[in-house]
Design a binder for this molecule. Sequence first.
Ligand SMILES: [Mg+2]
Length: 277
Amino acid sequence: MRSAAPALVIALLGTLLTGCQQTPKGHDQLDAVLWTQTAIEHEVLYQQIYAAATRQLQPALADPEWDALAQAPRDLSGLPPALIVDIDETLLDNTPVNAKAVVDGGAYDYAEWYRWVEKAEARALPGSVAFMQAAARLGITAYYLTNREPGQEADTLRNLRQAGFPIEDIGQILTAGTAIGGCQHAGSDKTCRRQWVGERARVLLMVGDSYGDFIAAPNRLDAQRQAAAPYRAWFGQRWFLLPNPTYGGWYTAPYADRDALPEGEKRALKLRALVLP
Ligand SMILES: [Mg+2]
C-alpha cells in the first residue's frame, strides 16, 4: 500500500506557501483608515455634525453676546461675525496618504504628504461644503486655522476651491507658526491664531477634528479634561468636534509625543495604555 504522506506534505506546503502570499503584514492603521474611508457611520457622523452646526448659525448670528472663543468676556460690539475651522480631516479628506502607508506596509510618509498637498486633490468631507456655503450666504467670514506649513497656502486655497468651499482670500488661511505680534504660542498651537481672529471678529462657531482646534492643554487626558471643563456645554453648541481615528494628540500621548522612539517601543507603550477587563 502506498503511503499518502508525500501527497499530504505537498498539500500542506502548498497551503502554507499560499497562506504566506495571501496574508499581508499587519499595520497599526489599517482598521482606522478602513473605517474612515468605507464606513457609512463615518459619512453619517460628519453629515450629522455639520447639520447640527448649520442649525446653530442663525441663533449665533442673532445673539450679539454669542462668542465661541475660550477667553474672558470681551467687548464684541461692532465686530463682524466669523467662523474658525480646521482644514485637514475637518473639511478635506487626506486619508489616501494614510492608506498608501498601510498598503506599502511602512510608516507615514511625509514626502507623500507634501506631494499630496501640491496636487490639491483632497476631497471634501461629507456635509462640510454645504455648511460652509450656508455660512457664506449669511455673510459669515471663515478663518481656516490649519497646521499645514507656511508656503502651502496657495495649494491649499486651490484645493479648497476645487472641493467647492467658498473661500475668497488666501489671507483667510492661517498656517502653523503664523507670526502673531506679541503672542507667545507658536508652531501647531492655535491659541495665538484664535486670538488674532478674536481681535477682528466675533467667533460664532469652531469646527475641528482635534482637541487643539478648540482649546490648548498639555497632551494628557487629565489636563485636557480639566482645560475643557468650563466649556463642556459648548460641544455641540459652539464647538463641533469630528471623529478622527487615524491621528491626533491621542495617538502620540501614550508615548509622550516622542516620535523618534522605535516603532516597537511606541507600540508597547500604546498597548500599556489600554484598559483591560
Ligand atoms: Mg485636523
